[in-house]
Every structure is written in structure tokens, then in C-alpha cells.
Ligand binder design. Structure first.
Ligand code: LIP
Length: 290
């Protein structure tokens, strides 16, 4: 059985080095472009960080494959194969980055035979490094992480995101989901603006659950193993097993809480990340200037 610890260490060092680019650019003026909607943003820094990460990984591991947010936006296929694959979000929380709202992360997941081997989420401004390796636990800046274990939904802090969709069906579904949770009532609903960091809050026990509809595999792949290795559960919002391509996720402190959220919330239709394999054929949006 392969041990991917060397790749994990390489990924952590690379993430830390590359985060300097994000931190240096954080307070500067940015050139902002639009992708799929008026709220789906990309900057020069997103593109630069993804290019640097991919080229450093390719130099070290020439046969490994990639799924990267900005490469997919530019027309690359989302194709998860059995080969070792790095799933990269160079800046998760680009809108936060643009506005200097201090939650932005590099998110890197690594899969082999389509199974998650490790995940790294580095919340750069906070200097919080979350990581987990299959069967070896989850850590924050070297300290072990444990989900809260909460089983009572009425005692939960729940994290979610509104996302970049701005059509009426998506907006009404998302706002009515929050309404139904608050009516249970839960202790609170929160949103940090980065799916990766949101989901890691469940691994720390600071939040008891997270759900999201419409995000992409690169937003939540790394955090999914961090939550699981911290003792939490991940599933689809319809209660079926977690599928990182489905664009729906619940992460929770316990199966009881995950099941309850699944009963309360509704999803709106989203095209799977791997549908048609290639967005350049099925309608990739490209990048528009604002
Ligand atoms: C964003 C997320 C954000 C979510 C958006 C989007 P990006 O990722 O992390 O929390 O609401 O749907 O996916 O575009 O900043 O990498």
C-alpha cells in the first residue's frame, strides 16, 4: 500500500510558500473579472497561484493529474480518474480576497483511485493550517482536531454559504433553507465566505454543521477529509453518500445532525462538476472583465 505522506509534506510546504503571494496582494488594488455570474469573481492572483502550484507539483510528480478551479474555468475537463490527482482551489473566498474580508484559503485535496488520501486548507490571513491524511487524523497548526459530536440540532451552530448563484430559484431556495433551520430553532447560522474554511469549522468543533448547494469539488474536497478525520460525517444534501462532484454537501458533527439537516433543507438543480466531462463543450463561461 502506498504511503502518500511525502506528497502531503510537499503540498503543505508549497501551500505555505505560495500563500505569500496571496498575502502580498491582499491589501493591494485588484483587477477583478467575472466568471459564471456577477458574484463569481476571479483575479490575477487566483490565476497566478494556480499556475505556480500546478507547475511546482508537475516538476516533482510529472505523472500526477490536476483538477484546478481556474484551469476548469478556462475550459479544462473535470475528470477524476484512478491516477493520483491534485484538486486545487488557489483562492477559496475570492470575493473575500477582493474586499479584504480576512477569510481566504488555499485548498488542496489529493486523490488516488478516486479516494481522498489527504486534504490541506490554509486560511492565509488567519495563519491557520488545517490538514488531514486518511486514517491518521486531522490537525490545525499541528494540534489534533475533534468535531463536537453534537447530536441535537437545536443546540447547533450551522454554517452555510449563499454562493455565487443569483437566479430567483437558487436565492429563494437558499433563503428558505436558512428560514427553516432558524425556525427549528438552531443556535445560529453563520457564513465566512469560503466553503473550505467554513467546513473546517465543523472539524474544530466551533460549528456543528455545514451545508452548501452549488459549490464545486475544489471548494470542499480537502475539507471533506478534514471533517471525516476529525470524527465528523459528510453526506449529500439528499442523505445519500457524499459525492464531491454533485455540488451538494452536508458536513456535521454526527449522523443524527446531518440527517436532520437533510430532512429540513431543499436543493435547487445544479449541473454536476463532471457532467459532460468538459465544460468547454457544455458551456464553460470563460472570463469577462468588470
Ligand atoms: C467560493 C466559495 C464560497 C461559495 C461560492 C464559491 P471561490 O469559491 O468558497 O464560499 O459560496 O459558491 O464557490 O470562487 O472563492 O473559490
Amino acid at each position: 500500500m502506498s504511503d502518500w505522506t511525502e506528497c502531503l509534506k510537499f503540498g503543505i510546504n508549497l501551500t505555505k510558500q505560495t500563500s505569500e503571494i496571496i498575502l502580498n496582494a491582499f491589501k493591494q488594488q485588484k483587477q477583478v473579472h467575472l466568471k459564471s455570474s456577477q458574484a463569481d469573481l476571479v483575479t490575477e492572483t487566483d490565476l497566478r497561484v494556480e499556475t505556480i502550484l500546478k507547475s511546482a507539483i508537475r516538476d516533482k510528480y510529472p505523472v500526477h493529474r490536476f483538477i484546478g478551479e481556474e484551469s476548469v474555468a478556462a475550459g479544462e475537463c473535470v475528470e477524476l480518474t484512478d491516477s493520483p490527482t491534485w484538486i486545487i482551489d488557489p483562492i477559496d473566498g475570492t470575493a473575500n480576497f477582493v474586499h479584504r474580508f480576512p477569510f481566504v484559503a488555499i485548498s488542496i485535496a489529493f486523490t488516488v483511485n478516486k479516494q481522498m488520501e489527504f486534504g490541506i486548507v490554509y486560511s492565509c490571513v488567519e495563519d491557520k493550517l488545517f490538514y488531514a491524511q486518511k486514517g491518521r487524523g486531522a490537525f490545525l497548526n499541528g494540534e489534533p482536531l475533534n468535531a463536537s459530536g453534537q447530536e441535537d440540532i437545536s443546540r447547533c451552530v450551522v454554517v452555510t454559504e449563499i454562493g455565487a448563484e443569483r437566479d430567483d430559484l437558487a436565492l429563494s431556495t437558499m433563503t428558505s433553507n436558512i428560514f427553516r433551520l432558524l425556525r427549528i430553532p438552531v443556535h445560529g447560522v453563520r457564513a465566512l465566505g469560503t466553503a473550505a474554511v467554513d467546513m473546517c469549522q465543523v472539524a474544530t468543533g466551533g460549528a456543528d454543521a455545514y451545508y452548501h448547494i452549488g459549490m464545486h469539488c475544489w471548494d470542499i474536497a480537502a475539507s471533506s477529509i478534514i471533517v471525516q478525520e476529525a470524527g465528523g460525517v459528510v453526506m449529500d444534501t439528499d442523505g445519500s453518500p457524499f459525492d464531491m462532484m454533485s455540488r451538494r454537501v452536508i458536513a456535521a458533527s454526527s449522523t443524527a445532525v446531518a440527517n436532520r439537516i437533510s430532512q429540513v433543507i431543499q436543493a435547487f438543480p445544479c449541473r454536476r462538476d463532471d457532467e459532460d466531462q468538459c465544460r468547454c463543450i457544455c458551456g464553460g463561461k470563460g472570463v469577462n472583465s468588470v
